[in-house]
Design a binder for this molecule. Structure first.
Ligand SMILES: [Zn+2]
Length: 87
C-alpha cells in the first residue's frame, strides 16, 4: 500500500475579469503598486505603448491606462526634446 497520491484540488471557480496570468511567479495585478513589473504581452515601440500581462497599457512617456479605465499620469519627466513650432 504505497500509493500516496496527493491530489490538489484547484478551485478556479472564483474568476475575476482579469486575464489569466500564466507566468511564474505571477505578474502583479493592475491595482498593485508594482503593476509595471508585469510581463509585456505586446510591445509597439513605433506607436509608443506596451501592453502588460495584467492588462495595463504602458505608454512611452510612462503614463499608464489601467484596465478599469483609470489613467495614471506620466511619472518620469520627458527627456526627449520636443519639437516646438514657434512662429
Ligand atoms: Zn503574467
Amino acid at each position: 500500500m504505497n500509493t500516496a497520491s496527493s491530489r490538489r484540488t484547484h478551485t478556479t471557480s472564483q474568476r475575476k475579469n482579469l486575464p489569466m496570468c500564466q507566468h511564474q511567479p505571477a505578474c502583479p495585478t493592475a491595482d498593485s503598486a508594482d503593476r509595471e513589473a508585469a510581463r509585456l504581452v505586446a510591445h509597439h515601440p513605433e506607436q509608443g505603448w506596451s501592453l502588460l500581462c495584467n492588462g495595463v497599457l504602458l505608454f512611452e512617456d510612462t503614463g499608464e491606462l489601467l484596465p478599469d479605465g483609470q489613467i495614471i499620469a506620466p511619472h518620469r519627466p520627458l527627456s526627449t526634446t520636443q519639437v516646438m513650432t514657434a512662429a
